[in-house]
Design a binder for this molecule. Structure first.
Ligand SMILES: [Zn+2]
Length: 168
């Protein structure tokens, strides 16, 4: 099911989320719906506050046949946290499904280690760089009410093409 995406300036995007204490069928279904919504919106990551839920859940997936090096498989992560980040920083242009039509270059650590639970309740640890490291940092920020635009001056935001998807 495609869910409407909550957009700026909705206050739900600026709040801390609650940890998930039990992985129920409802959580699994929500993750599946978030994946479907992310695909529809042509995004590569989506966090629960973006569909109006203040819980610690995110999904990521990038499947671009033209850019296999930057692609990564579908992951649904529960209560994810960054346990280590590299001192090396890189600039990458980011956009956000909750800030349609805008993008900007953000500096973040190149490599991170993330600890989380998957939908089976197993603990997973992801050590990654490149696009996946970038998306994970952006989505984990959402779980703490932080948007990428907070890292850069407003005048450095550029226009980006808008994809049609339901928004709130
Ligand atoms: Zn975002």
């Amino acid at each position: 099911m495609i869910l409407p995406i909550y957009c700026e300036p909705n206050p739900v995007l600026h709040q801390e989320t609650e940890p998930i204490t039990e992985i129920t069928d409802e959580i699994r279904e929500l993750a599946a719906n978030m994946r479907e919504t992310m695909r529809k919106a042509q995004g590569i990551g989506l966090a629960a506050p973006q569909i109006g839920k203040l819980i610690s859940l995110l999904v990521v997936e990038m499947d671009d046949p033209e850019d296999p090096e930057a692609s990564f498989p579908y992951l649904a992560l529960i209560n994810p946290r960054v346990t280590w980040k590299s001192k090396r920083m890189v600039n990458i242009v980011e956009g956000c499904l909750s800030i349609p039509g805008k993008e900007g270059s953000v500096q973040r650590p190149d490599r991170v280690r993330v600890k989380a639970k998957n939908l089976d309740g197993d603990t997973v640890e992801i050590d990654t760089d490149g696009m996946l490291a970038r998306v994970l940092q952006h989505e984990i920020d959402h779980l703490h009410g932080i948007l990428f635009t907070e890292y850069i001056p407003k005048k450095q935001l550029k226009e980006r093409k808008i994809v049609d998807y339901p928004r709130l």
